[in-house]
Design a protein around this ligand. Sequence first.
Ligand code: PLP
Length: 411
Amino acid sequence: MSFVSHVECTVCGHRHDPKRLLTVCERCGQMLAARYDLGRVEAAVTKDALRRRPPGMYRFRELTPLDEREEPVTLGEGSTPLLALPRLAAHLGMRRLWAKDEGQNPTGSFKARGLGMAITRSRTLGARGFVLPSAGNAGGAAAVYAARCGLPCAVIVPRGTPAAAIAEALIAGAHVFTIEGSIATAGKVVGKVAPQLGWFDLSTLKEPYRLEGKKTIGLELAAELGWRMPDVLLYPTGGGTGLVGIPKAYEELRAMGWISGALPRFFAVQAEGCAPVVKAFADGAENTAAWENPTTHAAGLRVPSPFAGRQMLRVLRDTRGGAVAVSETAIQDAQRLVARVEGIWTAPESAALVAALTVLRDRGDVTRDAEVMLVFTGIGFKYDPPPLAPPIDLAGSDEEILAQVRRAVGA
Ligand SMILES: *Cc1c(COP(=O)(O)O)cnc(C)c1O
């Protein structure tokens, strides 16, 4: 038995039995979320006990959907570094700036948390194979966790998906398909193929446990900041798993009395070429509308019609946050800046947060002394780098080489 009391529809509230392999609400088709018996969790674990456990996201086992003796399918996800960014903060004129460096997860992105959790649970509940649409990292992560437990996996990605993510899925033995269009096109195919194959559909938030994996970022953040919350949190938003999952973590910990006060103001960051959440937020809409012709090289942000649009918008409004879109050049500039001043080659998706922070600061939406958390969702190595000056090829005599080096470094 786990500490989950039931699985609830986030729209109509209909309750589902957590012992079943669940997808979406059987009554209204909307997104499900696990609810815990938090009184029992509180009685079962203390902050001190947590601190003594081995690192990783299953440190917070009582706040995950795992059954008592369930063995997770794991590669060591979680316990990623929380890095202070003093040099970037100084550059941006901010005082307290942090990054949760999720690029240091297995698979190089935070998708490891969600897919590790979803594959663990769905395998236990009877899944015999997996299929999902992906912008890249989710497919790679699903493939490696499927390999880890010896089950087959099929991934459908848009053409032009970063090569490293495709290779990651292929080398792990997944069946990889590309398709013209976006993750939305891939998702439609998955919806048709999954029931035919009898494989479990791991599409973003169309089953309840990817959310629980992503939620562990919020649990770690709370513990790592000494059981308090930052003022502002910026999240690079595609399907929104973390944008919904991190506040869920904070709310559960608050209900347990482990943290108190207002949640951080959550800001969704998207690319100008695909910004359905930003548009819906600005329009005061209840839900996102499909974005036509989505384009951005930040692959994880190329999600034109997220399934959980209304749940994301609710978080942004409830926490008095907002949503910002940034340009491709601003993303590339930010990627180079973060690497140069802090040594972190982060993914374009997370670099977008730094570009967005500049906008929010200039607008006065985020003040200089706000404590700001950036969720650095992935590692830069998995993508083509932004334009960089090429290395200088050395040739000639020793003196000529020395002269070339001195000229280049200016010393
Ligand atoms: C998937 C992904 C995102 C978007 O995450 P969602 O939870 O789908 O909003 C951001 N960054 C990277 C690197 C990703 O792989």
